[in-house]
Design a protein. Structure first.
Length: 133
């Protein structure tokens, strides 16, 4: 009897762990306007990370936002840094609860604009163009 209860508990724990791993590491694809939240702030720091990601830190914000594979998508880190550093930007990031982001802020940037000019956009069905040239 004890062995059956023990195995059942182990199986339930395994299912919970697998479910949390799936929620946490689910890739971001086909982003729509219902998947994002708008954040406005002044850019404090811009850097390039491993894998071609560009990281953006806003003043008075604890999150480290990023554009996934930005360099592979044709963004130039130096030009982006010159365009947005110490300026107010509007970014749309994914809203998703994960065990690592319990506040619902998943810092993947889906759209970035500065001075009413779109610098990056991966939201489908919004505009056909990726960014203003």
């Amino acid at each position: 009897m004890f062995k059956r209860i023990y195995l059942t508990c182990c199986f339930l724990i395994f299912l919970v762990v697998i479910s949390l791993a799936f929620i946490t590491f689910k890739p971001v694809r086909n982003v729509t306007t219902s998947d994002v939240i708008q954040k406005i702030g002044v850019v404090q720091y811009v850097s390039v990370g491993n894998g071609g990601d560009i990281y953006i830190t806003l003043e008075s914000d604890t999150h480290n936002y990023y554009i996934n594979n930005a360099l592979k998508q044709g963004l130039n880190a130096d030009k982006l840094k010159a365009a947005i550093l110490q300026k107010e930007v509007t970014l749309l990031h994914i809203k998703r609860w994960t065990p690592f982001s319990t506040d619902g802020v998943f810092p993947h940037i889906s759209k970035l604009s500065c001075n009413n000019k779109v610098l990056f956009n991966e939201i489908i069905n919004e505009k056909n163009d990726k960014r203003d040239q």
